[in-house]
Design a binder for this molecule. Sequence first.
Ligand code: CTP
Ligand code: MG
Length: 229
Amino acid sequence: MVVTIWPVALVPDSAVLRYRRRMELWAVIVAAGSGSRFGRLKQLELLGGRRVIDWSVNAMRRVSRGVVIVGPPVLDDVETLDGLVRVDGGASRSDSVRNGLAAVPASATHVLVHDAARPLVAETVVDAVVSALVDGAEAVVPVVAVTDTLRSVESRAVDRDRFVAVQTPQGFRLDTLREAHEAGLVASDDATLIEGLGRPVVHVEGDPTNMKITFAHDIFVAERLMEDR
Ligand code: CTP
Ligand code: MG
């Protein structure tokens, strides 16, 4: 069930400032993929002088009490940073999220799940997700309009206006996300698992520049976007 799309400009700033008193927010960053379409571990690729994963970690650290990084042992260096924990990944993205959730402490009330492969995520997008959680949402996803014309694989044109593309970070009440993962389902994102429980998912405005590094050429696009900032 879709609830609302909030223009980012309407999200009250004060809500983000107030959240620390009412919730303990953690982040799980999934970085355990193999980068088969990219050709190597894209989360370790250099972008603007730092690794892709480092940008993602910093974006999550700004708003969360602690960060769990689900990734390969080659990321051991992050474990020495205050407030960071690294755990091993699983075979699917959902398995990796599940491993990450197991390392989030029971004192946490909410969690952001972010793809390591989205290093360009803007503060406005993160803050829109956090604001919706502060206002009581159980599950929040940033979405953007689809620009390409869509056809179904059965060769039928579909109405593009009925679809949005889903980004991360996605935000959740921790108990809700744990429940969704305990059901043992697999999906390409976590909001889909929440809908499997019949719970509402709130949409907030994402950002077209919050791209997921997927193919080798994406790193060139990301470099240019970063230079423009
Ligand atoms: N991911 C993960 N564990 C997996 C699969 C994916 O933690 N078993 C993470 C990736 O590291 C990435 C995010 O989920 O940050 C989104 O996945 P995707 O873009 O598909 O990355 P890869 O799976 O690494 O790439 P590919 O599908 O091309 O192999
Ligand atoms: Mg993948």
